[in-house]
Design a protein around this ligand. Structure first.
Ligand code: GLU
Length: 443
């Protein structure tokens, strides 16, 4: 199979990272939930799912473990989908707490927890998921996480029971929030749902698909099903970027530069918006509670492949192409076609390619303005034959500029299917040669 070649090549990248960072043996396995102490400290699995739904993996990427805090962004996504950002963030803040995951991080005035990625905020978020009963609330959470993963998930009963039996701190947090008026509903029902949510079983491969669903604007790229609306993914990723890695979030953002969430069992998701999701499993945790090998491997991957979100090199191909023989008349071609040779006879010709967003549209109208005569009336062709998409911001900017230019007496013609939304302000021309003909017509 030819595709095998691609799988082998990408899997090898992950396998090399696994091999290199498996050597890191610092850190400790979490023990405060007794069954977690039995995790094999040697385990390290990595998986990557592209926004096209291609899945790659290495190491123990198929080994099941409990999701723990990695459930938090996905339950937040469910609450945001059901209630909207205003309602959710009225109850839970979005500021990094700078404290441990199980800290009593409640606003002294309102009792509002600092953010949904620490236990207090996550318990409050779970309580927000609309449901008639605790049972129904948990079913909704389990089903939603399953849709993110693209398969139905189950609960590790032993871990659930162990956490319910030893979760005094979480129990205390829920009651404190109840007393402060920041927890909706009965604390014991909410805690039961929260403990079960943390004990949902996943693999690193599942986590990569869940992360890729966030990367892909809420559509699971493997199943094709929409799980949450696109604006919700933006909100969740923003919270993950600032609060997802416990009190190591700043250092992580500096070194890796991707929205992420880790959990005490050693799971981690990292999201490259629009591109891919990574899932990791490595039970040895550093002092901040983050999986040591996964953090080191992701830092390397990010550096090697330029994944850091703040690193945005200009796109390779320019959006605005210099008009040449194939894209519009340069002076020789124009004369050959019988065009006038007096100054100003040559039409302003700007050609664009690819996707037009606000920045590209700004380049386009700027190039147009540079080519139109300062005085008198000019004629311009905007060549959008190679444009594949125009977003709303680009359309708005181009319209405003063209309105003004046509009011000044300039005449604008368009070529290409992407020109259709603009044709009300200008003339829609069927082809480049039709545009040359149009440009030759006396005004
Ligand atoms: N179930 C764990 C707890 O609430 C999750 C903590 C974590 O993964 O950070 O203590």
């Amino acid at each position: 199979m030819v595709k095998r070649v691609v799988f082998d090549a990408v899997n090898a990248v992950l396998a090399n990272l696994c091999r290199e960072f498996r050597e890191l043996n610092s850190g400790h396995v979490a023990t405060y939930i007794p069954p977690l102490a039995r995790a094999d400290p040697a385990d390290f699995g990595m998986a990557l799912t592209s926004a096209d739904g291609h899945r790659y993996q290495a190491g123990e990427a198929d080994k099941p473990f409990t999701i723990q805090s990695v459930s938090k962004p996905f339950v937040l996504a469910l609450a945001l989908t059901e209630l909207g950002a205003d309602e959710v963030f009225r109850r839970v803040g979005v500021e990094p707490s700078g404290e441990r995951f199980n800290a009593i991080s409640l606003d002294p005035e309102t009792g509002r927890p600092a953010n949904p990625m620490i236990n207090a905020g996550a318990i409050a978020t779970t309580a927000l998921v609309p449901a008639a009963s605790a049972e129904q609330r948990f079913t909704r959470i389990l089903e939603t996480l399953g849709r993110f993963a693209g398969r139905s998930l189950d609960v590790d009963d032993e871990v659930y029971r162990a956490e319910a039996a030893t979760g005094d701190r979480n129990i205390a947090l829920a009651h404190l929030m109840r007393a402060a008026g920041s927890l909706a509903g009965d604390p014991s029902g909410v805690l039961d749902v929260y403990f079960r949510q943390c004990a949902i079983r996943v693999t690193a491969l599942d986590l990569s698909v869940m992360a890729a669903t966030l990367a892909n604007g809420g559509v699971n790229p493997v199943t094709g099903a929409r799980v949450v609306p696109e604006p919700v993914t933006v909100q969740v990723l923003a919270v993950m970027a600032t609060c997802g890695m416990y009190d190591g979030s700043g250092d992580w953002l500096l070194r890796v530069g991707l929205p992420a969430k880790s959990g005490v069992s050693g799971g981690l998701v990292a999201v490259r918006p629009g591109r891919s999701g990574v899932g990791c499993y490595s039970p040895l945790l550093d002092a901040a509670g983050n999986p040591v090998r996964a953090v080191a491997a992701l830092a390397e991957l990010s550096r090697e492949f330029g994944l850091h979100l703040m690193h945005n090199p200009p796109s390779g191909a320019p959006t605005i192409i210099r008009p040449g023989l194939s894209d519009g008349p340069d002076e020789a071609a124009w004369r050959q076609a019988g065009g006038g040779t007096a100054p100003g006879d040559l039409p302003a010709w700007v050609a664009a390619q690819g996707e037009l967003d606000f920045t590209a549209a700004e380049q386009l109208v700027y190039a147009l303005a540079e080519r139109l005569p300062e005085v008198g009336r000019g004629r311009a062709v905007i060549d959008l034959v190679r444009v594949t998409a125009v977003d709303a911001a680009a359309e708005g900017l181009v319209r405003v500029v063209l309105d003004r230019l046509t009011a000044m007496g300039h005449r604008i013609g368009f070529v290409g299917d992407a020109a259709v939304p603009f044709s009300v302000e200008g003339t829609l021309l069927a082809s480049r040669s039709a545009a040359v003909e149009w440009a030759r017509l006396p005004s």
